[in-house]
Design a protein around this ligand. Structure first.
Ligand code: ASP
Length: 588
């Protein structure tokens, strides 16, 4: 390297005029005029215009051979641009460098897509050439933001006496409800490490070890069928505290969020954030992470359909199901096609469909209105508070939870379609009092809604053997504008209670011993009451950066089918390596 940079492309201003500088970077674009040859040179910090004058023929010709994305260094002097040549769109737009020397480090082939602010290539191509994609400003900014938030997190937690402790990746299964990624052991044939779904058991153990405040920005691994915004490996801000109850953890987190919002978004918010029980949240919004920036709440109208002629509703009523409605005044003029779209939307979520009626001038019209008797009509007018024109959407299901969930999704979709969401506001709240267990049809047993180390409420302990389904957990989720930002709980710290919870989950003492014996044993040597929380770091950055996808805030993400397109992972491995591991692959 002959020319060593003295300045970054993005930093040159009028104050530098007259200075001799060296800049290095990528050829962003070039322009050829009658006289000089212009290159916009780009680095992480911005873009600067280089001018090659035809008077230095050798240099001029060398510059003209350059292509986009080639890497060069240029020395020259900074000059003010003529008034008419000032470019107010870029920060360096008042100056340019008159090139005196040029060193070419690397000539680029024509890249498969242009490096600009727009997403003009397919995502697969962008992921394959990730190093090119990461040169684009939105991705670069997102990764820089990610780094800032990580620093801010470390600063906040360290300032409050939290100790950052690393926990192992080669570990034993931790139960967060997903499949484990397994790593075969070469030294112990037939045995496997599991990659942690979270550091849950370790952070609890750290509480037994006396570190009463722990945090870690940590990778977690879950082998799930991928959904839109999931990644097989993702990052959490993981937190655990001793001698605390729910309020302590929540107010501590609130302090962090207030600081984060101020620093990153310049938004002034203050705690304590409102709390809403799971039950209220489901009843009103059909979701445990509702977007509370708009109304459009659910109304339970089941009671009005005890003796309806409309068989579908009568049967749901008879089976103690749920009939719920959304009233959208703004959608009163919806066409048949628009309503059909809503119907397709709920069908895509697994529902049979959504029923509708239009209300106008005191009358119902369209959809299921012809099946409604006078009593049901009067009931709806009164209970849905119908006065103005409105579109009424109704979902009935034997499972109240399923029906509310569908209405919750429909509510979000309608709000988006009708533009009911004010993007400039931030609503933060806690969802609390979650049911501790839910019945898994697949496993034919209760499973923990959060994880099996979550403590039941003190007043519900006696119900463990009698009515486990009604127990509420000491769990809490932080919700921001309809997104779950973090979730955690107060943990069990007594062996006996932990075993009773395992019993309720149909986990035998033997199974518990073999899976979590170390944790149970640690409860017997002085276990402090403790609790914690974990933030989904990737999603948090996605929301802060207003990125469209979680993949846009991760340097090297996987595709929706868990493939690394750049390095091509997963991949086959040499027979020799498999032999060492004692593994035979069954070819499918
Ligand atoms: N380990 C939990 C999770 O990953 C969070 C917690 O309870 O702290 O969801």
């Amino acid at each position: 390297m002959k020319l060593k940079r003295t300045h970054r492309c993005g930093e040159l201003r009028k104050a530098h005029v007259g200075e001799k500088v060296v800049v290095s970077g990528w050829v962003n674009n070039w322009r050829e005029h009658a006289g000089p040859f212009f290159i916009d040179l780009r680095d992480r910090y911005g873009v600067i215009q280089l001018v090659f004058s035809p008077t230095d023929e050798a240099l001029y010709e060398k510059a003209r051979k350059l292509r986009a994305e080639s890497v060069i260094a240029v020395s020259g002097s900074v000059r003010a641009r003529a008034d008419e040549a000032i470019n107010s769109n870029i920060e360096t737009g008042e100056v340019e460098i008159h090139a005196e020397d040029l060193e070419v480090f690397n000539i680029s082939k024509t890249p498969p897509f242009e490096i600009n602010e727009f997403n003009n290539a397919s995502e697969d191509v962008r992921l394959k050439y990730r190093y090119l994609d990461l040169r684009r400003k939105p991705l670069r900014d997102a990764l820089i933001l990610r780094s800032q938030v990580a620093q801010l997190t470390r600063s906040y937690f360290s300032r409050h006496d939290f100790v950052e402790i690393e926990t192992p990746f080669l570990t034993k299964s931790t139960p967060e409800g997903a499949r484990d990624f397994l790593v075969p052991s070469r030294l112990h044939h037939g045995q496997f490490y599991a990659l942690p779904q979270s550091p849950q058991t370790y952070k609890q153990i750290l509480m037994m070890a006396g570190f009463d405040r722990y945090f870690q920005i940590v990778k977690c691994f879950r082998d799930e069928d991928l959904r839109k915004d999931r990644q097989p490996e993702f990052t959490q801000i993981d937190v655990e505290m001793s001698f605390v109850d729910e309020t302590d953890v929540m107010s501590f987190v609130e302090g962090f969020i207030v600081e984060l919002f101020k620093e990153v978004l310049g938004a002034e918010i203050s705690g304590p954030f409102p709390r809403m029980t799971y039950q209220e949240s489901m009843d009103r919004f059909g979701s445990d992470k509702p977007d509370t920036r708009f109304g459009l709440e659910l109304t339970d109208i089941t009671a009005g359909f005890g003796s309806t002629e409309f068989k579908v509703f009568r049967s749901v009523h008879g089976k103690k199901g749920y009939i719920g409605a959304l009233v959208a005044q703004e959608a009163s003029g919806y066409s048949r096609k628009q309503i059909d779209n809503l119907n397709q939307f709920v069908i895509s979520l697994g529902a049979k469909g959504v029923a509708h009626l239009k209300f106008k001038d005191g009358e119902f019209d369209g959809g299921i209105s012809k099946f409604m008797g006078d009593a049901e009509k009067a009931y709806m007018i009164e209970n849905l508070g119908l006065k103005e024109e409105a579109l009424v959407l109704v979902i009935a299901n034997e499972s109240a939870e399923a029906a509310k969930n569908l209405l919750g999704h429909l509510r979000n979709k309608l709000a988006e379609d009708l533009e009911l969401i004010d993007d400039s506001v931030n609503h933060l709240h806690w969802t609390i009092d979650f049911p501790m267990l839910e019945y898994s049809e697949e496993d034919q047993r209760y499973v923990a809604r959060h994880h099996p180390f979550t403590s039941p409420r003190d007043e519900d302990r006696d119900m463990l053997e009698t009515e486990p389904e009604n127990i509420l957990a000491r769990a809490y989720d932080l919700v921001w504008n309809g997104n779950e930002l973090a979730g955690g709980s107060i943990r069990i710290h007594e062996r006996e209670l932990q075993q009773r919870v395992f019993n309720a989950l149909n986990i035998s003492p033997e199974e518990a011993q073999s899976k979590f014996g170390f944790l149970l044993e640690s409860f017997e040597y002085g276990a402090p009451p403790h609790g914690g929380i974990a933030f989904g770091f990737d999603r948090m950055i996605m929301l802060l950066a207003r990125a469209a996808s979680i993949r846009d805030v991760i340097a090297f993400p996987k595709t929706a089918s868990a493939v690394g397109l750049m390095e091509k992972s997963p991949s086959l491995t040499a027979d020799e390596q498999l032999k060492e591991l004692g593994i035979t692959v069954i070819k499918s």
